[in-house]
Structures are given as C-alpha cells and as structure tokens.
Design a binder for this molecule. Structure first.
Ligand SMILES: C[S@@+](CC[C@H](N)C(=O)[O-])C[C@H]1O[C@@H](n2cnc3c(N)ncnc32)[C@H](O)[C@@H]1O
Length: 265
C-alpha cells in the first residue's frame, strides 16, 4: 500500500509556466473528455507538475467547470516550495498537494484526468513508458492521461492522450497564424517522440507528408491559414488515421491514432 509519507516519484525540474499557456490543451480536454466528465461519480482532475505558479491548475478548473460545474482540480507538484506558494490560491474545487508520479489523492480517490504538461520533457526517453504505465494505472475507469509539450506562450503544442489501457492518440495544435510549416511543431513533440523525428520513424514520415500537403495547398492560404489547415487535414486523412474532423481542425488541431506514429522498436 502506498504510504502518504513515502518520497514522491520523480525529480524537481524547472518550474517555467505562463498564464493561458495550456488553453489549447484545456479546450481539447473539455471537448474530448466531456462525456466521461458528465458521467463521472467523482469528477476530479490532477494538474501534475503545475510549476512555479498555479495558473494552469486554476485555468483547468475553469475549463472543466464549463462541462461539469462540480469538477475539482488537485494541483500536484514534486517541489514542496511550489506547493506552499500555491496554497493561498486554494478555493472551492481547487487544492494543491505535494507528490509525484504516484499521484497521491486523499481518501483513495482516483483521478478522471491527469494532465502532465511540460513535465516529461525534462526526463529521459527511456523513462516514459514506465511513467505512462504508472499514471494510467492511477486513473478512474473511463479516465484520461494527457501528456505533452508546448512553447512558452502556448502557440504550439503536441500531446499524447492515454486511457487506462495505454496510449490512444496524438494531437497537434497550433496558433495557425504564426505557423510557418507544420513540421515547426516537431520541436514540441512529447518526450516519447522528440528523438524520433528521423528517417525510418513513423512520426518523421508523417511530418514530411504534413509539410507536403501544406505546401501543395498553399493557395488556400489566401483565404486563411485555417482554411489551409482544414484542407491539409482532409488530404492527410487519405493516408493517415486521422480521428477528428473539421470541427476540431477549425481550432488548429489535428488528432491521429497513436499506433500509427508510435516509435519503432
Ligand atoms: C516546466 S514546469 C511545467 C509547468 C506547467 N505544467 C506548464 O506547462 O506550464 C514542470 C514542473 O513539473 C514538476 N515536476 C517534475 N517532475 C514531477 C513529478 N514527477 N511529479 C510532479 N511534478 C513534477 C517540476 O517541479 C516543475 O515545476
């Protein structure tokens, strides 16, 4: 049995965060996880590794409450000083706790969502599978882990979504007006893929096709970057297992089945 006194699993890393940084991820979570959130007996989410300030946890609560008004968020941080700094921001539905990848929640509760943004990038690639397995094992039935990376102000994101059974999807999300070419997102690939953008790996082939389709559809850019993205996504669907559609593409998102992009070997 896990002891509440045991040392948190993981290691403290840089605490960089920013207000509004994770809005794209929050928005996607609220849409993709809406059904589970509405059905949940205990709609509790964890913002794991929220950083040097509690903004992302505050914002996640606000976004989840648009779907489920009694949703709760627990910010979990491995750095105790960051937990102490966040405590004054606690309020109805929002609390902060010291912990790591064991994801401690009082009373044996299991989270319906664990969001870990810009946390695993500071670990080694060979730690990812174990951390994922640990997080997935903590989920409530129907729960979701969302693990990924973004730039400092949240214009470019890539994240993996995992269910209790393991990884399901990979989502690219961008502020389209500032995107040169889709492979600009490569520098924000999650830890499992950041070292795999090399020939012979599926994610490399995908980003090559993404760039090609984007280039071929440049004329739509005269209408808007959004129109160009939507046409690009529709083109990619012929060869890649795209699981979302125009409604999400309009937001500058594209989600694919994880197994098509998973690292080889
Ligand atoms: C770069 S900050 C990210 C902050 C915020 N999630 C964001 O995206 O803006 C990473 C934070 O994760 C924390 N962290 C690292 N490993 C952790 C773990 N195993 N459990 C909980 N927090 C962890 C670090 O202490 C750091 O504050």
């Amino acid at each position: 049995m896990m002891s509440v006194r045991s040392r948190p699993i993981g290691s403290a890393t840089r605490g960089t965060t920013n207000p509004n940084r994770l809005r794209r991820m929050d928005r996607w979570i609220a849409a993709a996880h809406a059904g589970a959130l509405r059905r949940a007996a205990d709609p509790v989410a964890v913002d794991l590794g929220y950083g040097a300030a509690p903004w992302t946890a505050v914002e996640l609560l606000g976004r989840l409450r648009t779907v489920r008004p009694d949703a709760q968020v627990v910010g979990v941080e491995i750095d105790p000083a960051r937990v102490a700094a966040a405590k004054p921001y606690e309020r109805d539905g929002l609390s902060f706790a010291h912990g790591g990848f064991e994801v401690p929640l009082p009373g044996g509760r299991r989270p319906l969502l664990i969001r870990a943004a810009n946390v695993l990038r500071q670990y080694d690639e060979d730690q990812v599978d174990e951390v994922w397995a640990r997080l997935c094992a903590r989920l409530a039935p129907g729960g979701l882990v969302v693990e990924g990376t973004c730039d400092e102000i949240g214009r470019r994101h890539v994240w993996v979504a995992l269910g209790p059974e393991g990884p399901r999807t990979l989502t690219f999300a961008a502020r389209l007006g500032s995107l040169g070419t889709p492979s600009d997102l490569a520098e924000r690939l999650p830890k499992a893929l950041i070292h795999r953008n090399v020939p012979g790996e599926p994610v490399h082939a995908f980003l090559r096709d993404f760039d090609r389709a984007w280039a071929a559809l440049a004329p739509y850019g005269a209408l808007s970057a959004r129109q160009r993205w939507i046409r690009t996504a529709a083109t990619l669907r012929a060869d890649w297992p795209v699981v979302d559609g125009p409604h999400r593409w309009r937001q500058g998102e594209l989600t694919l089945r994880w197994d098509a992009l998973a690292p080889r070997g």
